[in-house]
Design a binder for this molecule. Structure first.
Ligand code: B12
Ligand code: SF4
Ligand code: SF4
Length: 319
């Protein structure tokens, strides 16, 4: 298969843009910036596609753009639209992998290499100070998926027109100071790193999480490189659906969330732990009875977050 056909099939699978980067060159690009090596290990990212499988000649970089999510209001929670798009993109990449395999190509979807690096090398955009890929057409709001293939890179494209103004608005807007002037995101300070991960969230970050169930897009929202775009039309999720003592209602809310953002992301105790934090930030004392039951949970993150939420709601004048 040639590169042009491969990219045409990627478009048919629902990816707005795609491009190849050489797998051999990619391996040479390993950079360890701001002490990120332990992070890469923790996430099990790999850096040597050809070493991992000698059939691999290129990484196909697939971009799926998405519109920003509307902010949470009136009892709803924030789920960044990245997670809806990411779930859809994952399945689209699997379908493309099956089609390519059937056509006799080597293709392995959703491979664990640094996606931004691959996208920059494939000529799809540039790295921004917000530590994200900025593309000319969609700004930073793209899901990047990688597929290892045996297709040779032949294309030589014009250089990308995207830019980062180095205006510093992203770093200034980040509520937890996670972005460095060099453009690295420090995971130990990024709110997203603690959302629905099943971890006890450091106390200093709990209030800043606000009503975010999963995802934070503050450093993207303020970026002048984003194109004008209407908010995504997505189902508004209510906090009440998760902060409930009815096990069937909770399971059905989690199952629905799992269909939308992927079951791996929406695991029941993780959702409950995050919902407990959001209840604490809601200012709504109606959640206190459920939180008192959750404060006895055998799951540490649920228990700790529920206790914190109870304190917060009671201090604010709840019963
Ligand atoms: C771990 C991870 C996180 C962690 C840590 C973030 C981080 N900066 O490392 C946490 C949980 C905090 C996180 C948060 C988010 N993430 Co994240 N994350 C990842 C993941 C799984 C791995 C990243 C990683 O560990 N890389 C390891 C380090 C060593 O590599 P790196 O950070 O990519 O840096 C390399 C290159 O960028 C390069 N590099 C660094 N600086 C520069 C500068 C230049 C000029 C160049 C050329 C190269 C370069 O060198 C590094 C080494 O090779 C990737 C998916 C993937 N497979 O890559 C998604 C990914 C980066 N995340 C993504 C998203 C959308 C987010 C969030 C917006 C989610 C949200 N809505 O809350 C936030 C944004 C936070 C932010 N501002 O960065 C998208 C980014 C899309 C984009 N436009 O760039 C990715 C690619 C997921 C995807 N499949 O689309 N994420
Ligand atoms: S807000 Fe400014 S500095 Fe940050 S990524 Fe966007 S253009 Fe670059
Ligand atoms: S995602 Fe939120 S917490 Fe993380 S760097 Fe961006 S603004 Fe900061």
């Amino acid at each position: 298969m040639d590169e042009a056909t491969l990219r045409a099939w990627a478009a048919q699978a629902g990816f707005a843009q795609s491009a190849l980067c050489s797998a051999a060159e990619f391996a040479q690009a390993r950079r360890v910036v701001d002490g990120q090596a332990p992070l890469a290990e923790r996430r099990q990212l790999r850096f040597d596609p050809c070493g991992d499988d000698s059939r691999v000649k290129s990484l196909l970089v697939l971009l799926r753009p998405y519109a920003p999510a509307a902010p949470a209001q009136g009892g709803t929670v924030f789920v960044d639209s990245y997670y809806f798009a990411s779930n859809a993109a994952y399945h689209a990449a699997r379908a493309l992998e099956a089609r390519l395999t059937q056509a006799g190509c080597y293709a392995r979807a959703n491979v664990p290499y640094p996606a931004k690096e691959a996208a920059v090398r494939a000529g799809l955009g540039v790295m921004g100070q917000n530590s994200l890929l900025i593309t000319p057409e969609y700004g930073t709001r793209v899901v990047i998926l990688l597929m290892a293939t045996d297709v040779e890179v032949t294309r030589v494209d014009a250089p990308v027109r995207a830019d980062c103004l180095r205006c510093g608005r992203c770093a200034a807007a980040c509520p937890s100071g996670a972005l460095s002037a060099q453009g690295m995101c420090h995971p130990e300070r990024c709110l997203r790193n603690f959302m629905m991960e099943g971890l006890v969230v450091p106390e200093a970050l709990r209030e800043a999480i606000g009503m975010r169930l999963i995802g934070c897009d503050i450093c993207q929202r303020v970026c002048p490189m984003q194109p004008a775009c209407a908010p995504a039309r997505q189902e508004a999720l209510r906090l009440d659906a998760f902060v409930t003592d009815d096990p069937a209602a909770f399971s059905s809310a989690v199952a629905r969330l799992g269909e939308q953002i992927g079951r791996n992301a929406a695991r029941p105790q993780r959702v409950r732990a995050q919902a407990a934090l959001l209840a604490g930030n809601s200012g709504n004392p109606a959640y206190l009875p459920v939180l008192r039951a959750w404060a006895q949970s055998p799951f540490e993150a649920v228990r700790e977050h529920a206790r914190w939420a109870i304190d917060r709601l009671q201090t604010a004048g709840g019963a």
